[in-house]
Design a protein around this ligand. Structure first.
Ligand SMILES: [Zn+2]
Length: 307
């Protein structure tokens, strides 16, 4: 009989604690609003306690240079489109026409852009999801792509390499970044959860650094950073941050969650690496410099040869 009671008791306790509560960030949890905070996301989806979860802290001295991590080829990234920016209750998201693609960069295929969204802190404080040597940046942009053969993200997530996310960090700058004006002024109209408004003209290229500043990046295999936490993501984290002024960064904290509370600290804490290797681009540069070194030594030896 006891064998039966314990599991029943545990099951009912589990229901009590988790119920059918929605997932949330730590900043949303209060006694009168109990929700599944990141440490309980595995209650929403067991994948969230997998062994290849994101985000992670990148320890740069443990990264391995990889010569296959060549520069990306961005296609139609400068395509100007009319988009809808939405407060989806967890973030701000813009769905993009599936015209912009990326290839190269060590990716196994061409991937097309699907949507982008952001993760931020409180009033411009630390808020990125990934950290570099323990440093948390004020905000992080995720441009989500799927393998070109797929037409929706759900199907792409069933392929172990179906999704490629480009992650960009932000840094505080003295002057405002005018390329972000239209997006940031749109935030005023979508402070309520589920609100949306249109962006008259926007391109992916205007949001990210110029191409020549995107050759240094980190690469690892991970997951979505929100439930279902599916482990189908090839992650790229660019070293060069995007500048935004303190006021621009702060504007994101004016958004509201579904319960009307300020949408702040919308990041998942870093997850264990579990033996995963993080690679970095620039292997070819090192190879080139060692080739130069060999050439120099050969020349020096040649010069020292008696005639
Ligand atoms: Zn994200």
């Amino acid at each position: 009989m006891q064998h039966l009671i314990l599991p029943v008791l545990l099951a009912s306790l589990w229901t009590l604690c988790t119920g059918s509560a929605d997932w949330c960030y730590q900043s949303q949890f209060t006694c009168d609003h109990e929700c599944n905070t990141p440490d309980k996301w595995n209650h929403a989806n067991s994948d969230c306690s997998g062994k290849q979860q994101s985000p992670i802290n990148v320890v740069t001295r443990k990264t391995l240079p990889d010569e296959r991590l060549t520069p990306f080829k961005f296609n139609n990234y400068d395509h100007i489109f009319r988009g809808t920016i939405k407060n989806n209750g967890h973030s701000v998201q813009v769905n993009v026409p599936h015209l912009a693609t990326i290839s190269g960069g060590g990716l196994p295929d061409t991937y097309k852009a699907v949507q982008f969204h952001l993760h931020w802190g409180t009033d411009g404080g630390p808020g990125s999801e990934h950290t570099i040597d323990g440093e948390q940046y004020p905000m992080e942009l995720h441009i989500v792509h799927m393998r070109q053969e797929f037409s929706d993200l759900t199907t792409a997530l069933s392929d172990a390499e179906g999704v490629a996310v480009l992650g960009f960090f932000y840094e505080k700058s003295k002057s405002a970044n005018r390329k972000y004006d239209s997006m940031i002024s749109a935030l005023k109209s979508i402070t309520a959860a589920d609100a949306n408004t249109s962006l008259s003209s926007i391109s992916l290229a205007q949001l990210i650094p110029p191409e020549h500043n995107m050759t240094s990046f980190y690469r690892y295999k991970g997951s979505l950073t929100t439930p279902g936490c599916t482990e189908s993501v090839i992650w790229t984290l660019f070293e060069k941050p995007i500048p935004l002024s303190h006021d621009q960064l702060k504007t994101f904290s004016d958004l509201k969650f579904k319960d009307g509370k300020r949408m702040v600290s919308t990041f998942r804490p870093v997850q264990p690496l579990n033996g995963r290797q993080v690679y970095r681009s620039g292997g070819a540069v090192i190879l080139a410099s060692s080739a130069l070194l060999v050439a120099a030594i050969t020349m020096a030896m040649g010069l020292s040869q008696p005639n």
